[in-house]
Design a protein around this ligand. Sequence first.
Ligand code: FES
Length: 122
Amino acid sequence: MDRCFAVCVVDAAGRQQHCTAAANEVLSAALERAGILVPQACRGGACGACVGWLACGEVAYRQGVSRSRLEKLSAEGLRPALLCRATAASDLLINMPNGWNVVSVSPLSQALVRAQGGLGLT
Ligand code: FES
């Protein structure tokens, strides 16, 4: 069994949610499994819609993330994590951007949001 890491996400209002992520599991999947919706558009590491900012810890990317995208997102000295492609390489503390509320919702609500094309936060 793969290692598991603790993940804490914090929104701009200071609300926290916690989950665990296996080392081989993309973070968006781990968060959604815990009922935490992640805004996503391309789901391929290209658009930046799913970005969170690493306050503590390290992530890894196995595929599909453009180095130039990460460098562009890092330009202001923050450490980006593209949650649709990143996997945990350690325990993580991730700050979410403004406009992203860390709310935990039921699996039914998640399915409805997915059916309607996501949260639309880009
Ligand atoms: S959803 Fe586009 S980079 Fe993650």
